[in-house]
Structure formats: structure tokens, C-alpha cells
Design a protein around this ligand. Structure first.
Ligand code: NCD
Ligand code: ZN
Length: 447
């Protein structure tokens, strides 16, 4: 048996009878700042104690590295089952997450068949249990009212699409939206909504580039969908708005106390970032002025969550005439590294990034991690801010083989500990298929 940890002069108290398996030592992001600490980790991968000096178990010192909590990515599409396996699977998607510093992903239900009943959910759970490299929370689609009750006791969250997108042809009848939201509120799970109002989409548009795409699905469709949701959602609904693209939405959702996310693509790319259908995404990339305003709002800490909306498509399907190309781009591997690079340049403060990428998404999923704190899971990263790379699809791990962030500066985690076990070492994946299916352990916290 491992010896129990003796605390140094300062630090949090561990339960007296708990034994530490090992100790991680170095400069760590604890209580909102970087400070030299030692972190005792239990056999089953929880943080037992944090102190200036701990002893009684083997010690790993991270040297010049910085210890951060792992990220949670609220929004990924791993295409399994039913998708082409050469584009993405649960195995390949979760390895990219691990390499990008993400310990928990929220996997979306627009797979084939969609996760709209308990059988489809059980099928996906079984795949996660044998193939996932990190933990997975499974969204269900609330498309069949008869299936909702059974889904709610087993799924991790619901995802509602108000407009057609990949794999979702028919959004709910607008007249039924109010009653549906009331029903979902009674079920207690978090409910993420893809908020674009299709009645505001341009008719007869012939989009040839991202600028046309932004005109075809304009910001006013997001505004209309957000207003409608705020009007219809009962106060008990645990509402979260996916991929917000506009500061107007940020302001409204903050006023209303509703959770939301922004993606790296809407924060870092705009319709000026090229004409390729690879940057075609729903909602569309916006104008450079809108992007800059969203970025500034993120820098001020007004956007609670960062999420990738990792939505890979093959190059053959993407490199077609713009109207024929599907929407979406990969991004779970590059999300945190792109933003760590912005911390290095001083464009973004580390506490803002940790809040948006680690702490608040985990709290929204009701999970005890995302902060380096006693009792939390030991999902931890070691980052060396001196080691920068330029993103290139060839060095990434997405089977689709491309990134919209080609050439951007990034800082990848050197090490990743998942439930206390090392799954990334020197930037290489060394883990196993140890991921589990998680559900909220406490009520989602939007703030
Ligand atoms: C997503 C996909 O391809 O699954 N595409 C996208 O443009 N974001 C679906 C979605 O989230 O709308
Ligand atoms: Zn999505």
C-alpha cells in the first residue's frame, strides 16, 4: 500500500486515511494563479492534497513546465457510428482530444442513427467504453417525445438543433418549441441548442464563398433564435447556447444568466480568412469586425466556455464547389494549443483561458475537475510555454488530414495526466482506451 501523505506547512487537508500514489511538483495554476506547489494524487486518480511540501510518495517534478487543469470540450462530432471511419471515430477523436489537453468531450447526437432513443444511446456507450482515450459525455437528440423520459436517465445532456445542419434535416416545428423546452426543463439535464433561426436564412442564395455563406445564414438568424429561446425557456431549463458568433448574443445571454460557448473558428477566423469551402461552417464565419468584437469580449472574460465544435469532413467532400461542401471543421486537438499560444504572446490572460476551457465547461457538465483543487479528478497538463509549434495538418492526428488553422502558432501540452495516469508524454499519445461515459454528478452551474 502507498504511504499516506504528510502535509507541509501550508495547503489543503486530505482525509486522514487516504493514501497518495504519487506527487506532482511544480508551478501550478492553483486558486487563480501560478504558484509552486506539490499535488498528491490517489491511486484512483483524484487530487488528495495540495501543499508547499508533501512527502511520503514518489515525486515527479515538472521542472520548467507549468501544471494546468485539463480542458473539457463541450462540443465534438466523432461521427461514430455511421460516419466514414477514415474521417473520424471515437478512438481517433479521443486521441486528438488527449493530445490537445482535453480530458472530457461532449459527443453530439447527429450520428447515424442519431442518438434519439435508448438503443442508439446504449450502442454509443458501448463503443465509448471500449475505444475512448478520454472521458465522454453523450448528448441525446430530443426528437421523439416518447423517448425523452428514458433518455434523460441515461444521457449526459440534450442537444437541440433549430436549423438543418449535418445529419439533421428537420428541426422542431416552431409551434412545438415552447412545450418541448418545458418538457426538457422537467428532465433536469443540460440542454445545448444550435441557435440559428432558419426563417431568417436568405432564400435562393447561391453561396460561393464564406462571405456569401455569412449572408445566407446571417447574424440576425442567431439573434432571432436567441431571443426566441430566452422568451420560451422556463427558468428551470439548464440552457446552453452552442457556438455564439456575435457580441449581441454575449450581452443578451449574460443578462439572462444563460450558459454559452464560442469556438476557436469564430474567435480567430473570419470571412476574410480565405475563400475555401474548408472554412464553411454553421453558423458561418462572420465579418472581421464581428470576429474582433467577439475576441475582445472573450479576452474580457465575458464568454463562459470555449468549445471546438470539432466537425471533421473528408477533403474530397470539402474540396468541392462551395454550395456542395458540408459545413464543419476539425478542432479538438488544436483548441487549447491555439489559445495557449495567445497566452504566451500576452493577448490573453491565463486565468481567462483556464476559466473558459477548463473550469466552466466542467462545471456545466457537473464534473469535479477543471480546477486544481482537493477532491477533483487528477486531469492535469504540463505545458512548457517555451516550446512553440506552427500548426500543420501533417503533424496533427485528425484522419481527415486538414486544419483551417494551418500555419498558426500553437503550444501543445508536453504531458497529460488523465485520472492520474500519464496519457501524453513528450507530446506523444501513450494512453489506452480507458475513457468512460460520464453523466452530470452535480447540477450544471452556468456561472
Ligand atoms: C456540424 C457537423 O458537421 O456535424 N457542422 C458544423 O458546421 N458545425 C454540425 C453542427 O454543429 O451544426
Ligand atoms: Zn456541432
Amino acid at each position: 500500500m502507498a504511504p499516506s501523505v504528510r502535509r507541509g506547512r501550508s495547503g489543503n487537508r486530505a482525509p486522514a486515511d487516504e493514501a497518495a500514489a504519487w506527487i506532482l511538483a511544480g508551478r501550478a495554476f492553483v486558486r487563480d494563479r501560478l504558484q509552486p506547489v506539490e499535488i498528491a494524487i490517489s491511486e484512483d486518480g483524484r487530487i488528495l492534497a495540495i501543499g508547499k511540501v508533501l512527502s511520503g510518495a514518489p515525486r515527479h517534478d515538472v521542472g520548467e513546465g507549468v501544471i494546468l487543469p485539463s480542458a473539457t470540450d463541450l462540443h465534438v462530432h466523432f461521427r461514430e457510428p455511421g460516419g466514414p471511419a477514415d474521417v473520424e471515430t471515437i478512438a481517433t477523436g479521443t486521441v486528438q482530444a488527449a493530445l490537445g489537453g482535453v480530458a472530457l468531450v461532449g459527443e453530439m447526437p447527429n450520428t447515424d442513427p442519431p442518438v434519439a432513443d435508448v438503443d442508439a444511446l446504449a450502442e454509443k456507450e458501448a463503443r465509448v467504453r471500449t475505444r475512448a482515450a478520454v472521458d465522454v459525455l453523450l448528448y441525446a437528440a430530443p426528437s421523439d417525445p416518447r423517448a425523452l423520459g428514458r433518455l434523460a436517465v441515461r444521457a449526459g445532456a440534450f442537444k437541440l438543433y433549430l436549423s438543418p445542419t449535418t445529419g439533421i434535416a428537420t428541426p422542431p416545428d416552431p409551434a412545438q418549441l415552447g412545450p418541448l423546452l418545458v418538457r426538457l426543463a422537467s428532465l433536469g439535464l443540460p440542454v445545448a441548442v444550435h441557435a440559428e433561426d432558419p426563417t431568417r436564412f436568405a432564400r435562393d442564395s447561391d453561396p460561393k464563398d464564406p462571405t456569401d455563406w455569412n449572408r445566407a445564414r446571417p447574424p440576425s438568424s442567431e439573434r432571432a433564435a436567441v431571443e426566441r429561446l430566452l422568451e420560451l425557456a422556463p427558468p428551470a431549463l439548464r440552457l446552453h447556447i452552442a457556438h455564439v458568433t456575435e457580441v449581441a448574443s454575449v450581452v443578451r445571454l449574460r443578462e439572462a444568466g444563460v450558459s454559452f460557448e464560442a469556438t476557436p473558428q469564430h474567435l480567430l477566423l473570419s470571412q476574410r480568412s480565405g475563400t475555401s469551402p474548408r472554412t464553411k461552417v454553421n453558423p458561418p464565419l462572420r465579418s472581421e469586425a464581428d470576429r474582433r468584437a467577439l475576441w475582445e469580449s472573450f479576452v474580457r472574460g465575458e464568454v463562459p466556455c470555449l468549445a471546438s465544435d470539432h466537425a471533421p469532413h473528408s477533403t474530397t467532400s470539402k474540396d468541392r464547389p462551395f454550395p456542395l461542401a458540408p459545413s464543419g471543421m476539425p478542432g479538438t486537438e488544436t483548441m487549447l494549443p491555439l489559445f495557449l499560444a495567445r497566452v504566451r504572446t500576452g493577448e490573453l490572460e491565463l486565468p481567462r483561458l483556464v476559466a473558459a476551457a477548463c473550469d466552466r465547461p466542467a462545471r456545466w457538465f457537473g464534473q469535479p475537475h477543471g480546477r486544481i483543487a482537493v477532491g477533483h479528478r487528477a486531469h492535469l497538463l504540463v505545458v512548457d510555454f517555451r516550446v512553440r509549434t506552427r500548426l500543420g495538418a501533417r503533424r496533427l492526428h485528425a484522419p481527415c488530414g486538414w486544419t483551417a488553422f494551418e500555419g498558426s502558432e500553437a503550444i501543445f501540452p508536453r504531458e497529460h495526466y488523465f485520472h492520474g495516469e500519464r496519457i501524453v508524454s513528450d507530446g506523444e499519445f501513450v494512453g489506452r482506451s480507458n475513457g468512460t461515459v460520464v453523466r452530470p454528478e452535480f447540477a450544471p452551474q452556468p456561472r
